[in-house]
Each structure stands twice: as structure tokens, then as C-alpha cells.
Design a binder for this molecule. Structure first.
Ligand code: FES
Length: 105
């Protein structure tokens, strides 16, 4: 499975997404600059990414923890922002485009 990643310099990367990985793990394990300092427990916001609006919609509601972190995250966009550690692989997500959000100040 593949992911199309756009990094903070606008460069594109085609990377592998293994089904057992969260989206954050796929990014991190492919050496993209995602700090993920909390290790994937929805408590740091350094794994913030932008997804297409229809993908975000199809993922359903964010958890309360995720929603609270995201509103204060750098560059937050209601229609596109997700914490990548909270996105698990699904077949229908194969090939999506993920844009890394700005680094937290
Ligand atoms: Fe910390 Fe996702 S890795 S919130």
C-alpha cells in the first residue's frame, strides 16, 4: 500500500503504508520528519497532518482528546486536520495524499 506524502518544503514522497501501522508510524518509519513525541497516544500534536476533506469526513468524528489538541495546533484546519497517530490503515485509504502540518512553535 502506498501513501503520497507532501513534506514541509512541498516535496513529494511515495512511501509504503503497512496495514499494521498507524498513519503516524508509516510516516515516521519512512523517515519523514514527524516527531510523534508522545508515541501515538494523542497527547502531543506533533503528528498533525492535513488530509483531503472527503477523507477526513469519511474517518468520522475525532476523539475529544484529538479535537482539543488540534484546535491549538499550528495551522489547524477544521476540514483537513488529523493527528496521524489516530488514523489506522484501511484498504480504502490506499494511495491517499498526506501533507505534513507546520512544526509546532
Ligand atoms: Fe503524539 Fe500523535 S504522536 S499526538
Amino acid at each position: 500500500n502506498t501513501l503520497n506524502v507532501i513534506d514541509r518544503d512541498g516535496r513529494q514522497h511515495a512511501v509504503e503504508w503497512e496495514p499494521e501501522q498507524s498513519l503516524m508510524e508509516a510516516l515516521r518509519d519512512n523517515d519523514l520528519p514527524v516527531l510523534a513525541s508522545c508515541g501515538g497516544t494523542a497527547s502531543c500534536a506533533t503528528c498533525h497532518v492535513f488530509l483531503d476533506g472527503d477523507v477526513v469526513e469519511s474517518l468520522g468524528e475525532r476523539s475529544e482528546d484529538e479535537a482539543e489538541l488540534l484546535v491549538d495546533a499550528e495551522g489547524f484546519r477544521e476540514d483537513c486536520s488529523r493527528l496521524s497517530c489516530q488514523v489506522e490503515f484501511e484498504d480504502r485509504l490506499d494511495g491517499i495524499t498526506v501533507t505534513l502540518a507546520p512544526e509546532e512553535e
